[in-house]
Design a protein. Structure first.
Length: 287
């Protein structure tokens, strides 16, 4: 991630200067896209290190939620950058200006090489972050292929409106993806269920245990989109003796193992036992 960050960071600076010198809003749009990827990689790189710190007395779940915070900041910057590119590109539809095609071609070839090299470096990454960034870099590479094609066309045909059309296309594509990504991140940040199907499978798995009569106060949320947390109250059919209780705990462990949860807290209640949380007004998933 470090190599990919420095490649993108240096290239983004070159792009902004190049976009200004060649008078191309398409290159400016791609520069904003690459700025977003540079920030993503930089934050992922730093936060991956910070996120590995051990939990302490203050941050009892550790620091994995920092990656969600980073993703929200990055999304905000990208949305702002995209709006700026649109304010530059839209007036050019009315008054198209011819960009410097030779400079566009040089930057586009450089863009394909740099993003291709960074994507190759991240290829085979294990974490969700690395996989997502790899796709981003491949998208960027194809974006530069599009810039190269437009630059070649403009070099031989006087059709300056292609430049703002390409930049608006890029920007709308970026905005669509960023808004979708930010909304997903915001849901996780607000502790929404990371996966409804997975929650149903966990619920069914717990309710299928022979000693379990019902389940309530099930809370399923995620630290960072990868590491999930589960708390639940299980009600048994009958009062269990210590040996039976131990067997039930082992059965619960076996039922939850396939889901690879980062943290689990299971409260076991005997019939007629009052739930200490029943006075709270939250949605308690009674079954």
């Amino acid at each position: 991630m470090g190599v990919a960050f420095w490649l993108n960071f240096i290239f983004t600076i070159i792009e902004f200067i190049g976009g200004w010198l060649t008078n191309s809003v398409a290159i400016m749009a791609d520069a904003v896209h690459d700025l977003g990827d540079t920030l993503s990689i930089g934050m992922a790189w730093v936060l991956a290190k910070l996120g590995k710190q051990q939990a302490d007395e203050t941050f009892t779940y550790g620091f994995k939620r920092l990656s969600l915070f980073g993703a929200l900041i990055n999304g905000g910057i990208l949305i702002g950058g995209s709006i700026w590119v649109l304010t530059e590109a839209l007036p050019r539809l009315m008054d198209p200006q011819m960009p410097m095609t030779e400079g566009m071609m040089v930057l586009a070839i450089l863009g394909v090489v740099v993003n291709g090299a960074a994507a190759f470096k991240l290829h085979g990454g294990q974490t969700l972050n690395e996989k997502v960034l790899n796709w981003h870099l491949l998208e960027d590479m194809f974006g530069w292929v599009a810039v190269l094609i437009v630059a070649i066309v403009l070099h031989f045909f006087h059709f300056p409106i292609l430049d703002p059309i390409l930049s608006i296309g890029f920007t709308l594509f970026i905005l669509f993806n960023v808004v979708r990504h930010v909304s997903q991140t915001l849901k996780l940040f607000l502790q929404a269920t990371p996966d409804d199907d997975l929650q149903q499978k966990i619920k069914s798995g717990l309710l299928s245990l022979e000693e379990v009569k019902g389940l309530h106060h099930l809370h399923f949320w995620s630290l960072d989109g990868e590491h999930h947390v589960l708390t639940a109250h299980l009600v048994t059919h009958a009062d269990l003796q210590p040996e039976k209780l131990k067997q039930l705990k082992q059965a619960i462990d076996a039922a939850l193992t396939p889901f690879e949860l980062a943290h689990t807290t299971i409260e076991i209640e005997m019939p007629g036992e009052s739930c200490r949380d029943e006075t709270t007004h939250e949605h308690s998933h009674n079954h």
